[in-house]
Design a protein around this ligand. Sequence first.
Ligand code: SF4
Length: 369
Amino acid sequence: MPAHLLDRPDHRAAPRLWVPKHVLVTRSARDRPHTARILERVAAHGVEDVRLLDGDRLPAAPKGENEREAYARAKATMAVVVAPPSALKPQPIPPSADWRLDLARGCPAHCQYCYLAGSLSGPPVTRVHANLDDVLAPVAALTGTGSVTTGDARRGGEGTTFELSCYTDPLGIEHLTGSLATAIERVGGGWYGDGASLRFTTKFDAVDPLLGLPHGGRTRIRFSVNAAEVERFEGGTARMPARVEALRRVAAAGYPVGLTIAPVMPVDGWQESYGRLLDDVAVALADVPGVDLTAEVITHRFTPSSKQVLEAWYPRTRLEMDESVRSVKRSKFGGVKYVYPKETMQELRRWFEREVPGRLPGARLLYST
Ligand code: SF4
């Protein structure tokens, strides 16, 4: 990164790092080389409660624990596990990427709209995968295949794309695992051949360990950003100015970058709020030469099961999840999602289609959904 961009006077505070209270290691994960590296990092962060389990099942909740207590304990727990076959099975992940890779499942943050609620079952323990080589092996096997971004006139140039943030926030746990840096270095260095690229999105800002990696321009780092009125639902994450500053720093380090503007909510004065957000990004990137910036816009939605889980986790939430003011969207497998009514969706989409390129010259809006 050019020195003048690193040395810019700013108000950067130390990044927000999650430190689990409890670390569990399953028997199958225990002797893996990556587990040893993870446990060194865990020790360096001062975690004292590290338990090596006799089996591969995580312990059941203590008797008498209520739902809130179970949630709090799970969110304070990191488990080192061997990724199950379902996490190793290649899956297309439209509209983001050709394929999904799971470095972990679960996330320590507390977003009241979390899209993982209802898609991952059980208590929200962050399970990090010890068999990193197995997790990354599909990059070699699948490069050259794919039908989401591969073949897309605007996105095909990125090669076969692999999304790392389907079931976790990989930067939020990177200081404890190092898995993300390994993936970035391997793909950047052509370990799996040419023609693959990684992408992930994050609400954290601890980007320092990524800045000097030989990434080869093959990892697109996106920051999940939002209007201030929505940010208040995002507990345990880095604040918005810190995310925008982290975006500037990785862009200056030569990474392709992106904004995941999600979940978009038509809060009062949303045009001004989202306008301010885009303007803040424009200011942050103004002195960074040659930025490759994309934007993805995803409106808020919920499912019957995610609503049920989120209401149990956040019983006092003020997040609107009112079916009566939403439209129903059915998937081809019969699943139901509640989205904003058609007119609202159109209004939001038109605004972002106009304002993203208008306020962020050179940015490419990849999709708006
Ligand atoms: Fe869920 Fe993402 Fe928030 Fe983590 S950062 S709690 S994965 S929405």
